[in-house]
Design a protein around this ligand. Structure first.
Ligand code: ATP
Length: 493
């Protein structure tokens, strides 16, 4: 990605550029003060051996990439230029680049370098080999309080650092909390970040004015004050932290419903049901983080993070040595559940060289988790990299690439089954039973929207209608609209 990067060879291509042009003197002055630590390199995608898709966001695809020559492995966040321009996400991408560049904390995903080519922007991030906390929770159903305490403590530490710099993440949720190979948490996805008034982090003003227009965050984690257009504050992240802790312990976010509107109603009226099996300490902490008044949330008051860290839920947490080992049991339990993974190891370049790193090298989540091999339709230009690794590859024809795939619940009458739905560039729609690993009945493709039609019921539910049947699906990651977009864009091609 080029952010004010004169002199970079990438700039001299005749391809579309994404630049950060100052609009006035003030901005120009501010821009000069940004000297990137993570350089803008002249690399091309051919300088990397691409591995599996680590995850997909709403405007990016993140792929494991090994740098030829050095063998270093990165999580390469790839953003399609046309798409982010069309979707007005350029400022989010630049913001993430600029902010990540200035952060340095073990609880925050590191940025190594950026580059771009004709089609895409690339950010080489520290690779979090353990995947999303969301997937861990989904696989387990819910986490134990011991695990939830540890993960929450690590997020608290990272938030303390961020808030100390005057930055609000604005999208804390289990999907954006990534696990390293040795079982520690790192906060990712800084595309929604906002500075508080007294922020010590340099953020160009034009990016902010563009970025602050949109409602930041994800419905189920958005605090009530944001729905009332109040200015951002650290309390926003503390609310989302309370929702995240609840999610870890209950297996679902506290404000769950079938549409964003209904979720917002629950948030505004604080319809919070705490399950009986939550300990008193966990219930009390969640209650205090989910205070309707952002200034009263634990961690946001006059005693700041000290009050939060001293809460009885965190009893036993060694705050000074949080990131020094002590995750052995958690990580080993995690890897034991993943030992069927047929992941072929690549060298890991994370900075964590703890005891577990070696034991866990090669540990991954290539076992069909909901996001591990998902792709975005707008990223079809890089879709060929999907075909390398997944166990679903056996259902593809030679040369066929995955455009999008998710583990979904498929409903039939009153029952539901888990299926892996795969959309390919052929185009084909393949539904594979995750229990039997066999292809279910063929879904006959048609370019005609009246023959194959996708109806979105809400963000997680959608239906695919063909002339002979209607199939109902649930996507736990709320990608119903992405399924519709992906299928329709292939029909238009
Ligand atoms: N450093 C990393 N290491 C491993 N996986 C990663 C890394 N960064 C991102 N991912 C995976 O890619 C997914 C998408 O990344 P990210 O959230 O940064 O994208 P985005 O397009 O900004 O998403 P969003 O829809 O949340 O705005 C993550 O949820 C995660 O699964």
């Amino acid at each position: 990605m080029v952010v004010g990067g004169e002199g970079n060879d990438m700039e001299r291509t005749s391809q579309p550029k994404i630049r950060l042009e100052p609009r006035n003197r003030e901005e120009a002055a501010q821009r000069i003060s940004i000297a990137f630590r993570a350089p803008q390199e002249n690399f091309t995608i051919r300088d990397f051996e691409l591995g599996k898709v680590l995850g997909v966001g709403s405007h990016s695809k993140v792929v494991r990439a090994k740098k030829k020559g050095t063998g270093h492995v990165y999580a390469l966040k790839i953003m399609d230029k046309d798409y982010i321009i069309k979707e007005n996400k350029v400022s989010c991408a630049k913001l993430e680049r600029i902010v990540l560049d200035q952060l340095d904390h073990p609880g925050i995903v590191g940025l190594y370098f950026t580059f771009q080519d004709a089609r895409s922007l690339y950010m080489a991030l520290e690779s979090c080999e353990g995947g999303e906390l969301f997937d861990l929770i989904s696989k387990r159903g819910r986490l134990s309080e011991i695990e939830a305490r540890f993960y929450t403590a690590e997020v608290v530490e990272a938030l303390e650092y961020l808030h100390g710099l005057g930055l609000i993440h604005c999208d804390i949720k289990p999907e954006n909390l990534l696990l390293t190979a040795d079982g520690h948490i790192k906060v990712a996805d800084f595309g929604s970040v906002r500075p508080a008034k007294d922020s010590r982090v340099t953020v160009p003003l034009n990016l902010l004015s563009e970025n602050t227009r949109a409602l930041a965050g994800t419905a189920a984690y958005v605090p009530p004050e944001i729905l009332n257009s109040s200015p951002v504050s650290p309390g926003n992240d503390l609310w989302a932290l309370g929702c995240t802790l609840y999610h870890m312990l209950a297996g679902a976010s506290p404000f769950k419903d079938t549409s964003e509107w209904l979720i917002f109603q629950r948030v505004i009226s604080r319809e919070l049901i705490i399950p009986e099996y939550f300990s008193d300490e966990a219930s009390d902490l969640i209650d205090k983080l989910l205070d309707m008044d952002p200034t009263k949330r634990l961690g946001a008051g006059p005693d700041g993070y000290l009050a939060l860290k001293l809460h009885p839920f965190f009893k036993g947490i060694d705050w000074h040595n949080l990131r020094k080992g002590s995750v052995r049991k958690l990580a080993m339990e995690f890897i034991a559940r993943k030992n069927k993974d047929s992941y072929s190891s690549t060298q890991n370049t994370t900075h964590h060289s703890g005891v577990l790193s070696q034991q866990l090298t090669g540990f991954d989540r290539s076992n069909g988790s909901t996001s591990s091999s998902e792709a975005h339709p707008h990223l079809s230009t890089v879709s060929s990299i999907d075909s390398f690794d997944s166990k679903w590859a056996e259902f593809l024809e030679p040369g066929e690439s995955v455009i999008m795939t998710s583990k979904l619940k498929k409903f039939r009458k009153l029952k539901s089954k888990k299926v892996q739905l795969i959309l390919t560039d052929k185009p084909r729609l393949i539904s594979v039973s995750t229990s039997k690993l066999t292809e279910k009945r063929k879904i006959v493709w048609s370019d005609n929207p009246s023959s194959i039609n996708v109806q979105v019921v809400n963000s997680s539910h959608f239906k695919i209608s063909t002339p002979t049947k209607v199939m109902s699906f649930e996507d736990a990651k709320q990608r119903a609209w992405q399924w519709k977009k992906a299928i329709e864009s292939l029909q238009k091609q």
